[in-house]
Design a protein. Structure first.
Length: 172
């Protein structure tokens, strides 16, 4: 069966939580450490039911299993309503198969449909695979946040990366 990319649904709550727990375990590039995620399935379901118009989560599905996602969170305030912050995660067994590209294409289409102008994210500076994916999708490094995270007892820097969706209409 082919990997499907689609919007998340409230009934995906348990599978999504399981995906996030597995990502917390198998990679040091996600924000939360193993065991730090305390949300229940019911809390996750409510959160998915309450997604706002400026929020989206796209999931990659293999059969009945969620194997990756990208989330977009936009702002409500007028001065920053034109942008969304992205978070992505793909299970290691599924990396390098074009799934990240497809997830980012889906979220970009969603953003364009809503008239967003800027997508942004952060990535640990030693996450070569993540940086390669984001660069391939048109994101550029705008700066470095020094000692932004602590991973395994060591300070880690992060890049701020962004993509402007319609540079022809840039405002000053």
């Amino acid at each position: 069966m082919a990997i499907q990319i689609r919007m998340i649904r409230p009934e995906d709550a348990a599978s999504f939580l399981q995906l996030c727990h597995q990502l917390d375990q198998e990679t040091r590039f996600m924000l939360l450490e193993p065991g730090e995620r305390t949300q229940t399935v019911e809390q996750q379901r409510r959160q998915l039911e309450e997604l706002q118009a400026n929020q989206a989560i796209f999931v990659a599905v293999d059969g009945d299993r969620l194997i990756g996602y990208v989330s977009a969170t936009g702002a409500h305030f007028r001065r920053i309503r034109h942008k969304a912050y992205l978070v992505a995660g793909i299970l290691q067994a599924y990396t390098g198969q074009g799934i990240g590209t497809r997830l980012f294409q889906a979220v970009e289409a969603w953003a364009r449909q809503r008239g967003l102008h800027r997508l942004e994210l952060t990535v640990m500076t030693h996450n070569a695979a993540g940086i390669a994916l984001y660069t391939k999708q048109g994101f550029v490094i705008e700066g470095t946040a020094r000692h932004s995270c602590i991973v395994d007892g060591h300070y880690v820097d992060e890049y701020y990366m962004a993509k402007l969706l319609d540079e022809a209409n840039e405002r000053t």
